[in-house]
Design a protein around this ligand. Structure first.
Ligand code: ATP
Ligand code: MG
Length: 248
C-alpha cells in the first residue's frame, strides 16, 4: 500500500472529528471517501497532510511512518493536498499561483513541470499573467490541481473538487482525475458527488460522524446506493442529485 492509515483519531477539544479510521490507498489506485457535511472528511485529509496532529493512530506512506513529519516534508515526498474550496491566491497571477507548488522543490527542473501544466490546461496558459480572480470556478479548480501537479505528486488528495462546479466542469474534472491516475498518480478523492466518485474509484469508504461505516468496492457501493445514500442523506443540499445522476 502507498498509504496505510490505522486507528486514526482527530480531536478538536471535545469534538471527536475522526474516530479510529483505518484506510488505505494502493499504488496506482483511486479511492474515494464519501460522507455528509461534518462527517470528518476534511479533518482526515488535514491529518494526512500533517496540518492537524492526530490524537492517536498511525499514517504510513511509502513504507514510512509519518508521525511528527512536517507538511513540507510530506509534500516533498509527493503527498499533495488539493484543499477544500481550492485555496488559490486570487490577488496573485495564475503563474505565481503555480509557482507556489514548486517552492519546496530543491531541483532546478521546475520550468518543464510548469510547461507541462500549461500544456494540460490551455486556459491557464492563456491567462498566466492575469490575476487568478478572473478565472471561473472550474478554471480555479484546474489551477489548484495544476499547483499540486508541478510538485510531482505520487498521491493527490482532493477535497470535494467538484463542489460548486457546473456539470460540464464536473465531467471534465472527473476525466482529468482518471487521466492523472493513468499517468501513475494514486488518488484519494473526498466527494459528496457519490455517483461520479464511485464511477472513477476502485474502492470507497463511507464516513459518518467520523467513523467508517461502510468500506467496499466502488461497484458494490454503487449497487448498494440506497444504503450509501442513507448515510449521506439527512438533508444534504445535493442529496437529491446524488443518485439521480447528472447529464455529464
Ligand atoms: N478547526 C476546528 N475546530 C473545531 N471543530 C472543528 C474544526 N474543524 C472541523 N471541526 C468539526 O469537526 C467535525 C468534522 O468536520 P470536517 O470539516 O472534517 O467535516 P467534513 O466531512 O469535511 O464536512 P464538509 O462536507 O462540510 O466539508 C465537524 O463537527 C466540525 O464542526
Ligand atoms: Mg470538508
Amino acid at each position: 500500500m502507498l498509504l496505510d492509515v490505522k486507528g486514526l483519531d482527530v480531536r478538536y477539544g471535545r469534538t471527536h472529528a475522526v474516530k479510529a479510521v483505518d484506510l488505505s490507498v494502493g499504488e496506482g489506485e483511486i479511492v474515494t471517501v464519501l460522507g455528509a457535511n461534518g462527517a470528518g472528511k476534511t479533518s482526515l485529509l488535514r491529518a494526512l497532510q500533517g496540518a492537524v496532529r492526530p490524537a492517536s493512530g498511525t499514517i504510513t506512506y511509502d513504507g514510512k511512518e509519518l508521525s511528527g513529519s512536517s507538511p513540507a516534508s510530506r509534500v516533498s515526498a509527493g503527498m499533495m493536498l488539493v484543499p477544500e474550496g481550492r485555496q488559490i491566491f486570487v490577488s496573485m497571477t495564475v503563474h505565481e499561483n503555480l509557482q507556489m507548488g514548486v517552492y519546496l522543490r530543491s531541483d532546478r527542473d521546475v520550468s518543464r513541470d510548469l510547461d507541462a501544466v500549461y500544456d494540460r490546461f490551455p486556459n491557464l496558459a492563456e491567462r498566466r499573467d492575469m490575476k487568478a480572480s478572473v478565472l471561473s470556478g472550474g478554471e480555479q479548480q484546474m489551477l489548484a490541481i495544476g499547483r499540486a501537479l508541478v510538485g510531482r505528486p505520487r498521491l493527490i488528495m482532493l477535497d470535494e473538487p467538484s463542489l460548486g462546479l457546473s456539470p460540464l466542469f464536473v465531467s471534465r474534472l472527473f476525466d482529468l482525475i482518471v487521466e492523472l491516475n493513468k499517468s501513475g498518480i494514486s488518488i484519494l478523492l473526498v466527494e459528496q458527488n457519490t455517483t461520479m466518485a464511485l464511477d472513477v474509484a476502485a474502492r470507497g469508504y463511507v464516513l459518518e460522524l467520523g467513523k467508517v461505516v461502510i468500506e467496499d468496492s466502488a461497484e458494490a457501493l454503487s449497487k448498494n446506493a440506497a444504503l450509501t445514500e442513507a448515510y449521506l442523506g439527512g438533508g444534504h443540499e445535493n442529496s437529491a442529485t446524488l443518485f439521480t445522476g447528472t447529464d455529464a
